[in-house]
Write a protein that binds this ligand. Structure first.
Ligand code: SF4
Length: 122
């Protein structure tokens, strides 16, 4: 699946993340290979402008809102402290101070700021 997407280099820590539930990898709309731009569900993408980020997140959230596993996806992300766009919600790193993050699509109605430990980039 595309969710999970970007792994930036950072100091390594050994953590255990439960595997993505099979329902997400099999039925998530983001898991369709080659259909979406790279990094669509990432928290951030290198060199994107704030406007591009907002546009990208809006598209990702809209896709999530049509996804048959949206609720499961958001629950998995919350329980496993993921960052990025999951289940139509923007999961922002706790340390993020970018005001764009607090105004992101998906933040109203349940955006989350959490000590992320995996997957989408911060
Ligand atoms: S809700 Fe969004 S991130 Fe989650 S599986 Fe569906 S399309 Fe992917």
């Amino acid at each position: 699946m595309s969710a999970g997407h970007d792994r930036r280099s950072r100091p390594y820590a050994v953590i255990y993340l439960p595997p993505l539930p099979r329902e997400l990898t099999e039925n998530g709309l983001c898991s369709v290979p080659g259909l979406w731009p790279d990094g669509l569900w990432d928290f951030s993408v290198p060199n994107e402008t704030p406007g591009e980020r907002r546009e990208r997140r809006e598209l990702a959230v809209r896709v999530c809102q049509e996804c048959p596993v949206q609720k499961l996806c958001a629950r998995y992300a919350a329980e496993n402290r993921q960052c990025g766009i999951w289940g139509g919600r923007v999961f922002a790193p706790l340390a993020s101070s970018d005001s764009e993050d607090t105004d992101s699509p998906g933040r109203e109605g349940g955006g989350v700021r959490a000590p992320c430990r995996g997957a989408k980039s911060a």
